[in-house]
Design a binder for this molecule. Structure first.
Ligand SMILES: NC(=O)c1ccc[n+]([C@@H]2O[C@H](COP(=O)([O-])OP(=O)(O)OC[C@H]3O[C@@H](n4cnc5c(N)ncnc54)[C@H](O)[C@@H]3O)[C@@H](O)[C@H]2O)c1
Length: 327
């Protein structure tokens, strides 16, 4: 079995490659990644010399490159992580976000059509459903809820999801989609909340929190996400969407306070900065489908997982110290 993993030098993609190596050592893995600011070969050091692994530097928007990868490797499964994944960057530069997330996805879908595929799996986000008020008691969004994205990032992911479903309906392409909540864990680029705060604590820099800090996120450890993806790939049904979340909500301020406590820093290091434009308050997704149909359940409690993540960043300073600090 040959799998093509796009964006495998980034956070979730690399963790998924390590998951595959551990649980499916017989699979051949091809990683296609452009190595943007968020992708680093150092992340993949543990597998780079594995004969069952091949790294290809390339852009998913470049049809020639993508077709050449398919022609050489004939992947049976594509797991599509590659994206411009940061909301703030999507607000600053929507063009690049739309190009990568929509046009890049279409380029891959075209190659899947041309060469044939056993499964195209689209990695998506709970952000496509839009946010809910902090005190909402309405039912959570199931997979059939309307899409109501609010940022250029979430709109581009919603657009890509719709294209994936259109290629399934129109051309019969075997596809699945998963929409997960906020991930955290090893190898996350320090522009995202948890690694950014850990890095700033360790460098004795201020800890900037948007607005009131009351925005809530449902934290999912990346290892739990990888197990869910494994189940969807092996037991999920073509044309289906699966929501993935651990139902462990914390507001941003509580996450930062927890990190301060773990690293012995005073809470006075926390500073409020002007809120992100259009900042989503809270997401709420119903995960009964993946739990009931595929038997998935998360294993890592958020407080425990965040503590483990703090220790990981302490023990892997050389990995994140190589990146510019303004990120
Ligand atoms: N991080 C989260 O909390 C989260 C939650 C839900 C969904 N997702 C989705 O999961 C996927 C992975 O997210 P992540 O946090 O690992 O992202 P990331 O930013 O850490 O990694 C993205 C990877 O994609 C690569 N890439 C970007 N543009 C490319 C291009 N044009 N061609 C080839 N490679 C390209 C980058 O080099 C990088 O290695 C994304 O699709 C994202 O939308 C992320």
């Amino acid at each position: 079995m040959t799998l093509l993993v796009t964006g495998g030098a980034g956070f979730i993609g690399s963790n998924f490659i390590f998951h595959l190596r551990r649980f499916h050592p017989e699979y051949r893995i091809i990683c296609l990644d452009k190595l943007t600011y968020a992708g680093h070969l150092s992340t993949l050091e543990a597998v780079l010399h594995d004969p069952q692994f091949r790294f290809i530097k390339g852009d998913i928007c470049d049809a020639e490159t993508v077709q050449a990868v398919f022609a050489q490797e004939h992947p049976e499964i594509v797991v599509h992580f590659a994206a411009q994944s940061h909301v703030d960057r999507s607000i600053a530069d929507p063009d690049e976000t739309l190009r990568t997330n929509i046009f890049g996805t279409q380029t891959l879908l075209n190659a899947c059509r041309a060469f044939g595929i056993g499964r195209f799996h689209q990695i998506s986000t709970d952000e496509v459903y839009g946010d809910v008020p902090l005190d909402s008691t309405d039912p959570e969004f199931s997979e059939s809820a309307p899409l109501r994205p609010s940022s250029p990032y979430s709109s581009s992911k919603a657009g890509a999801d719709l294209l994936v479903l259109a290629y399934h309906r129109t051309y019969g392409l075997p596809v699945t989609i998963s929409r997960s909540s906020n991930n955290y864990g090893p190898y996350q680029y320090p522009e995202k909340l948890i690694p950014c705060m850990i890095r700033n604590c360790l460098q004795s820099s201020p800890l900037p929190v948007y607005g009131s800090g009351m925005h809530r996120r449902d934290w999912l450890h990346v290892a739990d996400h990888c197990h869910a993806l494994d189940l969807v790939l092996h037991s999920g049904k073509d044309g289906e969407i699966y929501n993935i979340a651990a139902h462990q909500e914390l507001c941003n301020l509580d996450v930062v306070r927890l990190i301060c406590r773990e690293l012995g820093k005073p809470e006075s290091c926390i500073t409020s900065v002007p809120d992100r434009k259009g900042h989503d308050l809270r997401y709420a997704i119903d995960t009964s489908k993946i739990r009931d149909e595929l038997g998935w359940s998360p294993q890592i409690p958020a407080i425990d997982g965040i503590r483990r993540t703090v220790r990981w960043y302490l023990e892997h300073r050389s990995w994140w110290e190589a990146f510019p600090t303004e990120s």
